[in-house]
Design a protein around this ligand. Structure first.
Ligand SMILES: [Zn+2]
Length: 120
């Protein structure tokens, strides 16, 4: 059984992680107006078409780095939201594949973990 105190601690951590991820994401991307929870990269190609190939290449590189980074953040945020929903539903800490309770140490390190070490 997951203790109430442990759950409260995890919820606090997840809330903090959520705020941090949203702040990081809002620097890199903007939340889609059509689809809540979907993030679109912010960077645009200012120098596209100027003929400066080196600058254009730099921007393309920056764009893909930011895109990859914001996708990672978005994925993490999704997991955090899932974990928060699970706390409310009362099935927090259970592996989504085998249904086994995840070890507390694992959840302490990574509160949004979805799978046990065997399934993840
Ligand atoms: Zn499992």
């Amino acid at each position: 059984m997951v203790s109430k105190q442990f759950l409260a601690e995890q919820e606090k951590k997840l809330d903090e992680a959520k705020k941090k991820l949203e702040a990081q994401l809002s620097g890199l991307a903007q939340e889609s107006e059509e689809a809540k929870g979907e993030w679109e990269p912010k960077i645009t190609f200012f120098n596209a078409g100027t003929g400066n190939l080196e600058e254009e290449a730099d921007e393309v590189e920056e764009f893909s780095t930011n895109l990859a980074l914001s996708q990672n953040l978005e994925e993490d945020l999704e997991n955090v939201n899932l974990a928060l929903a699970k706390i409310k539903k009362g099935n927090y800490g259970l592996c989504e594949k085998c249904g086994k309770l995840l070890p507390e140490e694992r959840l302490r390190v990574y509160p949004q973990a979805r799978y046990c070490t065997k399934c993840g």
